[in-house]
Design a protein around this ligand. Structure first.
Ligand SMILES: Nc1nc2c(c(=O)[nH]1)N[C@H]1C(S)=C(S)[C@@H](COP(=O)(O)OP(=O)(O)OC[C@H]3O[C@@H](n4cnc5c(=O)[nH]c(N)nc54)[C@H](O)[C@@H]3O)O[C@H]1N2
Ligand SMILES: Nc1nc2c(c(=O)[nH]1)N[C@H]1C(S)=C(S)[C@@H](COP(=O)(O)OP(=O)(O)OC[C@H]3O[C@@H](n4cnc5c(=O)[nH]c(N)nc54)[C@H](O)[C@@H]3O)O[C@H]1N2
Ligand SMILES: [Mo]
Length: 786
C-alpha cells in the first residue's frame, strides 16, 4: 500500500496565521484589514465576521477570528478598485476569459456601471439613471413573475427584510437564495420533523455533549472557529467521530491560536477520535443500519417516542425490511463497524449530530437529514442539555435571510402578517427556487434577473447555460462588492450596483447605523462596520432597495422606504411586528450583551409540526441508491466500451474502477466562488485543477500522481444530456474512499446539471455525480501496447 501524505501540522496554529497574514499582504490591506479583524465578533460595536455562520464564543477573547475570517475580511477591505478606469481598459469579452482568482483580485466594485453593447465595455452610470432604467424595465413586464430576485447569505437582516418586502410588493415570491444550494434539505426536513428548520443546539450544549457525530463537514477549512469548541468538548471527555469519505487532515489535531502553550511550545489538542470512511452518498444507509440495530436491540428511548413522536411504527417496519447486505452495499462499510458506531450512540447520554454539505448536497439530501433527525428522535436527544441537531450553516447570515422572509415558498402566516402590517396585498403563489429559476431562465420564461449579492450562475449547476440565458433577458441587476462571472454575461439592460460591505460604516442622515445577523444557532447579534468605505459612491443594500422601491412605486406609498433605509430602528420595528421571536427587537438587541437567542420550540419539546408531534420520516430513496447508480453506469459503460474504448487504460474484464462518484469540495483559500489563492495545505496541493484519488486506486489503474485526467459525467444511454467533460485535472493523492474522487467547487460545476437534485428541497447533487475518468496520455499508452 502506498503511503498517503499526512498533514503533520495541527490545524490552525502558525501556518494558518501566516497564511492569513500573507493573504492580507497580498491584498495590500494589512493595516486596514488588521484593524478590522480585531473588531470582528466582539461584544460592542464590532461587525459580525462575514466568514461563516458559526456562533461567537462566549468568552469574548481579544480576538475571535480565524484564518477564514481574516481572508474574507482582507478580500473585502482591499482598496484597489474595479472602477470606471478599470472597465475602460478591459472589454467584457476579455473579462469573460479571466479566472475567478483574477476577478477576485481586481478589487472592489466602486461605482455603478451599465453595459454598453456597442463598445463591449461596462461604463459609468449615475445612480439616478440606473434606478430609472430599472423601474422602467420592471414596469414593462407582463407579470411580476417574469422577474427572479436572488439573494446570497451575506446580506444582513435589515436589508434582507426590506428586499423581500420590496419583491413581494412588486408582486412575486420569486425569491431563490443560496440556501437552495446549501442547507435547504435541513430547512425542509427539520421543519417537517421538528417544527423549525434550524439547529436545536446552543453553543453551551457542546460543553456537555458526550458524543459528537460530525457528518460531511470539514470545519478545519470551512468553520475554523468550530475547532476550538470541538477541542474543548474533546478535552471534557466527549467522543468525536467524523463520518466522511475523506480523511480530512485538518481534523486530527488542533493548535489553538488563543493558547500560548500551543503557539509557543508546539502543543496541540486532539479532536477527532475516529473517521468512518463511508462511500459517497452512504450516509442514509449508515444511519439506517444504526437505527435498525438500536431498535432491534432495545436501545431506544421508548418514553420519549411514545410521548413526543409520531410515525414510529412505519419507520420501524421499514427498518426491519432493510437487509444488512443492502446497508453495507449502501454505505461501503461493514456491519460490525456500523454496529460499533450504534453502540456509541446507545451508550451516550448526550449526543449531538452536526452536519454540512456532505449530507445535504445529494439526490438523497432530504433522506440524509431525515435519517439524522430520526436517529436523534429514537434516542430522545432533542430538548435535553448537551444534545441535539446542529446543522452548520455557511454564509454568515444565510439563516437570518430566511427568517426575514427570503423564501420562494413562504409560510402562509408570513404572507398574512405582511399583508396586515403593511396593508398591502402579497403574492400568494409560490415562486422559483435556484433550480427551477435557472430552468425558467434557460427556457426564456424570465425577463429580469436580480442578484442581491452572490454569484448565481457560477454557484449553480449548468453554469454556461445560465450565463448564456442571462444574455437574453431584458434587464439584469447585480448588487455586489466584487466583480464575478455572473456579471459578465450582460443583457440589453445590465447594471451593476456597488454596495457597502460588512466591515464598512453605514452613515445616513440619521447617523451611523448597525444591522443584525442570525448565526447557525439562532442567536441574533448586532453587526456594525467601522471602516471608511473604499469609495464614497457606495450605498448600503438597504438604501439601494429603498431607492428601487421609490422609483418603482412612487413616493406616496404607505411604506416609508426611505425612512427605513435611513434609520434601521424603523426596519427593526416592522420586523418586530412581522416576524415571530423579534418582539421588542430594538430594545432587546441593545440591552443584551451579545444579542439574543430566538425562541426554538423544539428545545422545549414543543413541536410546531402538522400533528403537534416530532415526526419520524421514512426515506424516499432506496439506501442502495448510489451503489445502484454506479452499477447501472458500469453496465451501460461496459456496453459502450465494446464499441469505443473510452478508457483504454482499464482492462475490459469489467472491473469496477471505471465508474466513479465525484464529490466537490472547498479549500481554505476560497470563500465559495471567491478564489483567494491556490493553496490547500491540508490536502497538499498548491493548485486547484486537481482530482483527488486514493493512491491504492492509482496503483490499481497503473496511474501516477501528477497524471492528467479528463473527467466525463457519465450519461446513461437514454439520457438526452450532452456529455459534460472537465479537465485535464492533475491526479493528487488523498485518503478518500475507494470509487470516490473529489474536485474543487466551483471549477467543476459544469459537471453538475439542474435535473439531478433532491425531490423536495431541490438541492443540486454537488456531492455525488457518476463520472468516467480518462487519462490524457491514454492514447499514447495504447499505441505503446499495440
Ligand atoms: N474557507 C471557506 N470557508 C467556508 C466556505 C468556503 O468556501 N471557504 N463556504 C461557506 C459555506 S457557504 C458553506 S455551506 C460551508 C460548507 O462547509 P462544509 O459543509 O464543511 O463544506 P464542503 O467543503 O463543501 O464539504 C464538506 C465535506 O463533505 C464531505 N463529503 C463529500 N461527500 C460526502 C458524503 O457523501 N457523505 C459525507 N458524510 N461526507 C461527504 C467532503 O469530503 C468534505 O469534507 O463553509 C462555509 N465556510
Ligand atoms: N459544486 C458545488 N457547487 C456549490 C457548492 C458546492 O459545495 N459544490 N456549494 C453551494 C453553496 S453551500 C453555496 S452557499 C453557494 C454560494 O453561492 P453564492 O452565495 O451565490 O456565491 P458566493 O461566491 O458566496 O458570492 C460571492 C459574491 O457575493 C458578492 N458579495 C460579497 N459580499 C457581499 C455583501 O456584503 N453584499 C452583497 N450584496 N454582495 C456581496 C460579491 O460580489 C461576490 O462576488 O454555492 C453552491 N454551489
Ligand atoms: Mo453554503
Amino acid at each position: 500500500m502506498r503511503k498517503i501524505p499526512v498533514y503533520t501540522h495541527p490545524a490552525a496554529g502558525w501556518p494558518a496565521l501566516i497564511s492569513s497574514a500573507r493573504k492580507l499582504m497580498d491584498y495590500q490591506t494589512f493595516l486596514r484589514g488588521s484593524a478590522s479583524v480585531l473588531k470582528s465578533n466582539q461584544p460592542q460595536g464590532g461587525f459580525d465576521c462575514p466568514g461563516c455562520a458559526w456562533p461567537d464564543h462566549k468568552s469574548h477573547k481579544a480576538i475571535d477570528v480565524c484564518e477564514n475570517g481574516i481572508k474574507v475580511v482582507a478580500s473585502e477591505t482591499m482598496t484597489t478598485k474595479a472602477d470606471a478606469a478599470f472597465f475602460a481598459k478591459h472589454t467584457v469579452t476579455e473579462l469573460q476569459g479571466w479566472s475567478g482568482y483574477e476577478l477576485e483580485h481586481i478589487g472592489r466594485l466602486s461605482e455603478p456601471v451599465y453595459y454598453d453593447a456597442a463598445q463591449d465595455h461596462y461604463m459609468p452610470i449615475s445612480w439616478e439613471t440606473a434606478y430609472q432604467r430599472i423601474a422602467e424595465q420592471l414596469k414593462q413586464l407582463d407579470s411580476p413573475d417574469e422577474a427572479l430576485f436572488y439573494t446570497s447569505g451575506r446580506v444582513t437582516n435589515e436589508p434582507a427584510f426590506m428586499y423581500q418586502l420590496f419583491v413581494r410588493c412588486f408582486g412575486t415570491n420569486n425569491l431563490p437564495d443560496c440556501s437552495n444550494m446549501c442547507h435547504e434539505p435541513t430547512s425542509v426536513m427539520l421543519s417537517r420533523q421538528l417544527g423549525v428548520g434550524k439547529a436545536t443546539v446552543k453553543l453551551e450544549d457542546f460543553e456537555q455533549a458526550k458524543l459528537i457525530l460530525m457528518f460531511g463537514q470539514n470545519p478545519a477549512t470551512n468553520h475554523p472557529r468550530m475547532l476550538e469548541m470541538l477541542a474543548y468538548s474533546h478535552d471534557q471527555g466527549c467522543r468525536i467521530i467524523s463520518i466522511n469519505p475523506m480523511r480530512e487532515q485538518g481534523l486530527s489535531k488542533f493548535r489553538n491560536p488563543q493558547k500560548p502553550t500551543h503557539m509557543a511550545a508546539g502543543q496541540s489538542d486532539k479532536m477527532v477520535d475516529d473517521v468512518i470512511q463511508i462511500q459517497i452518498g452512504g450516509d442514509a444507509a449508515l444511519l439506517t443500519g444504526m437505527a435498525k440495530w438500536l431498535i432491534e436491540n432495545d436501545k431506544i428511548n421508548t418514553d420519549f417516542i411514545t410521548t413526543h413522536t409520531s410515525g414510529f411504527e412505519p419507520l420501524k417496519q421499514w427498518l426491519t425490511e432493510q437487509s444488512w447486505t443492502d446497508i453495507e452495499r449502501g454505505c461501503g462499510i461493514t456491519q460490525a463497524e456500523i454496529i460499533g458506531l450504534a453502540k456509541l450512540v446507545a451508550d451516550s447520554p448526550a449526543t449531538i449530530c452536526t452536519w454540512g454539505m456532505g449530507i445535504t448536497q445529494h439526490v438523497q439530501g432530504d433522506d440524509n437529514v431525515a435519517m439524522i433527525a430520526n436517529l436523534l428522535l429514537l434516542m430522545g436527544m432533542i430538548g435535553i442539555d448537551g444534545a441535539g441537531a446542529s446543522p452548520v450553516r455557511g454564509h454568515s447570515n444565510v439563516q437570518g435571510d430566511r427568517t426575514m422572509g427570503i423564501h420562494e415558498r413562504p409560510a402562509q402566516k408570513l404572507l398574512d402578517t405582511l399583508e396586515r402590517v403593511f396593508e398591502h396585498p402579497m403574492p400568494q403563489e409560490h415562486g422559483y427556487d435556484v433550480v427551477t429559476g435557472a430552468k425558467a431562465l434557460i427556457a426564456g420564461k424570465l425577463k429580469v434577473f436580480m442578484g442581491m449579492g452572490g454569484n448565481y450562475a457560477v454557484a449553480a449547476p449548468d453554469t454556461k447555460a445560465i450565463q448564456q440565458a442571462l444574455t437574453t433577458t431584458q434587464l439584469n441587476i447585480f448588487v455586489g462588492t466584487k466583480l464575478n462571472e455572473t456579471m459578465l454575461y450582460p443583457s440589453a439592460n445590465n447594471i451593476i450596483l456597488p454596495c457597502l460591505g460588512r466591515t464598512e460604516r453605514i452613515v445616513t442622515a440619521k447617523g451611523e447605523q448597525f444591522a443584525t445577523i442570525e448565526d447557525s444557532m439562532c442567536q441574533i447579534v448586532p453587526t456594525q462596520g467601522k471602516l471608511k468605505p473604499v469609495s464614497d459612491t457606495l450605498k448600503s443594500e438597504a438604501q439601494i432597495v429603498a431607492d428601487m422601491a421609490t422609483h418603482l412605486f412612487g413616493t406616496d406609498t404607505s411604506i416609508p422606504w426611505q425612512a427605513m433605509s435611513e434609520d434601521f430602528d424603523i426596519i427593526r420595528d416592522y420586523i418586530a411586528q412581522a416576524i415571530d421571536g423579534f418582539e421588542d427587537f430594538n430594545q432587546h438587541i441593545r440591552t443584551t450583551e451579545r444579542g439574543f437567542h430566538l425562541y426554538h420550540p423544539a428545545r422545549h419539546r414543543v413541536w410546531n409540526t402538522s400533528d403537534g408531534k416530532a415526526q419520524f420520516v421514512v426515506p424516499e430513496y432506496p439506501i442502495t441508491y448510489v451503489a445502484a447508480q454506479m452499477a447501472e453506469a458500469t453496465s451501460s459503460f461496459r456496453e459502450e466500451s465494446k464499441i469505443r474504448a473510452v478508457n483504454p487504460t482499464d482492462d475490459t474484464s469489467g472491473n469496477e474502477q471505471k465508474i466513479w462518484q465525484l464529490t466537490s469540495v472547498r479549500s481554505h483559500d476560497q470563500f465559495n466562488t471567491m478564489i483567494f489563492g491556490f493553496q490547500d495545505r491540508y490536502r497538499h496541493t498548491d493548485r486547484r485543477d486537481v482530482l483527488f484519488m486514493h493512491p491504492d486506486e492509482m496503483s490499481r489503474l497503473g496511474w501516477q500522481k501528477g497524471d492528467e485526467v479528463m473527467v466525463t459525467r457519465h450519461a446513461s444511454e437514454n439520457s438526452t444530456q450532452q456529455p459534460r467533460i472537465l479537465g485535464p485535472l492533475v491526479l493528487t493523492e488523498m485518503d478518500i474512499a475507494s470509487n470516490a474522487v473529489a474536485a474543487y467547487y466551483p471549477e467543476c460545476n459544469d459537471l453538475f446539471d439542474l435535473d439531478t437534485h433532491a425531490p423536495d428541497s431541490h438541492i443540486p447533487a454537488y456531492k455525488s455525480t457518476t463520472v468516467i475518468l480518462q487519462r490524457v496520455n491514454a492514447e499514447i499508452d495504447m499505441a505503446d501496447s499495440a
